[in-house]
Design a binder for this molecule. Sequence first.
Ligand SMILES: O=C(O)CCC(=O)N[C@@H](CCC(=O)O)C(=O)O
Ligand SMILES: [Zn+2]
Length: 344
Amino acid sequence: MYLEELKRTGDFLTLTRNNEFHLPAEQFTLSNGTQVDVIDTGVIQFTPAQYGQKDIVLSSAIHGNETAPIEICDELIQSIINEQLELKHRVLFIFGNPKSINIGERFVEENLNRLFNGTHAQDGVDNQERKRAANLERYVTDFFTSVEDGRYRCHYDLHTAIRGSKNEKFAVYPFLHGEPWKKSQLQFLLACGVNTVLMMRSAATTFSYFSSKQFGADAFTVELGQVKPFGENDMSRFAKTKATLIALISQEKLDFGKFNPDDYELFQVHRTINRTQEDFTFPFPDSAENFTGFAKGELLATDGETRYLAEVEGEAIIFPNANVALGQRALLTVIPMEVDERFV
Ligand SMILES: O=C(O)CCC(=O)N[C@@H](CCC(=O)O)C(=O)O
Ligand SMILES: [Zn+2]
């Protein structure tokens, strides 16, 4: 039904926004031999006739108001369908939460990025975001497992942060359960304009953790700047990211040259502070940026009767959000770390 329009315009984002919850699967082949599979609303897979060793997932709009990554992926999808960009590898694009894009909000009923790794099936709750998390898990599983074993897998889940950040772009490296972090991934992120990486130290319910844990994918949550409405993003700030993503999907191999540890600012998570009480506050204003450091003993947050004080000099705040649901993460704190033997 919708195929002729999609073939003509390549505008999968509009098609997705016009079908908030479901789109019937369809398939067609580009004249360059790439097979296009629309799997559901917001989910489209490209399979070149002769594909290389990489299986690549690029997701955006897991939070609907984080528009810059949506615009980047929209442009990439259009150039693939319009045949200006030819792929070397299998690629799955995902616009996570179409309805939340349309209402310009982080989520509709429940934060989609807290529902992966099976959390969508817990507590007897049912809503569209839970259904979507279950479906997205299934689509990613099919994408990674419908080809032979032993292929290279990666998943970049693209976001923007609610607050400004001292380090404008940064990535979250999901907990690897003791496996080493990869210098080549730091190099890829640097080429995307992301020199700052946070190492998580525990399991999570995020999309990137799901792909990392379940499929051994090189997976990251990538924060590309601050949340802005459509049309207000300065796309020149994402030029390196877009160029590197294009290189990833259209070139056999990427060459980053020699690894230099001085190119990076690395942090490890010091602790996670959850909101457990209605009365949860921060002592700092909404203008306080991610990566702001606090002196040892300074107040970081108050959760009911509990006062959280900085435990180490320079403990820095990431993603402070006093409005999260009870039981959810309201703040991460991080401390600097160096490249050492745990990186390969
Ligand atoms: O700026 C904020 O407060 C949140 C930005 C955002 O959506 N971040 C992700 C990070 C996911 C991760 O920890 O890997 C999120 O909170 O879901
Ligand atoms: Zn987000």
